[in-house]
Design a protein around this ligand. Structure first.
Ligand SMILES: [Zn+2]
Length: 126
């Protein structure tokens, strides 16, 4: 489901909250993968059997790959949520996140909204 559809269905505040939760879940995953990588570095030893060394290196590579993916997702979700939140302020009365969705915008990544207080309309780009 696209962000436009999600915001129209559950509202901006809940969408924003969910984006931050998803973002920080990726941060937790990043920290866990860092622990996995450090643990692999700690237990690696050249004196152990080659198959065990390969297992430790595979765990380290998997932790690094998961950590890199989690870092990218964390930064993307956080920056995207902030990018949209910066547009959630009414240009006339400056109320934050107090708008109703009018309709979908000209492109699938736009949402036409109307302020609940002053009825000012603007476009939020997602
Ligand atoms: Zn307003």
């Amino acid at each position: 489901m696209s962000p436009v559809q999600t915001i129209r269905r559950i509202g901006f505040r809940k969408w924003y909250e969910r984006e931050l939760l998803r973002s920080h879940a990726n941060l937790v995953l990043l920290l866990l993968s860092a622990i996995g990588l450090l643990t692999a570095a700690e237990i690696y030893d050249r004196r152990i059997a080659l198959s065990d060394q390969l297992q430790v290196l595979a765990c380290a590579a998997a932790s690094a790959a998961i950590g890199l993916h989690a870092l990218r997702r964390y930064l993307y979700l956080l920056n995207h949520a902030e990018f949209v939140a910066d547009q959630a302020v009414c240009g006339r009365c400056e109320r934050y996140a107090s708008f109703d969705s009018v309709d979908e915008g000209a492109t699938p990544a736009e949402l036409n909204v109307c302020c609940r207080h002053c009825r000012h309309e603007w476009v939020i780009r997602l």
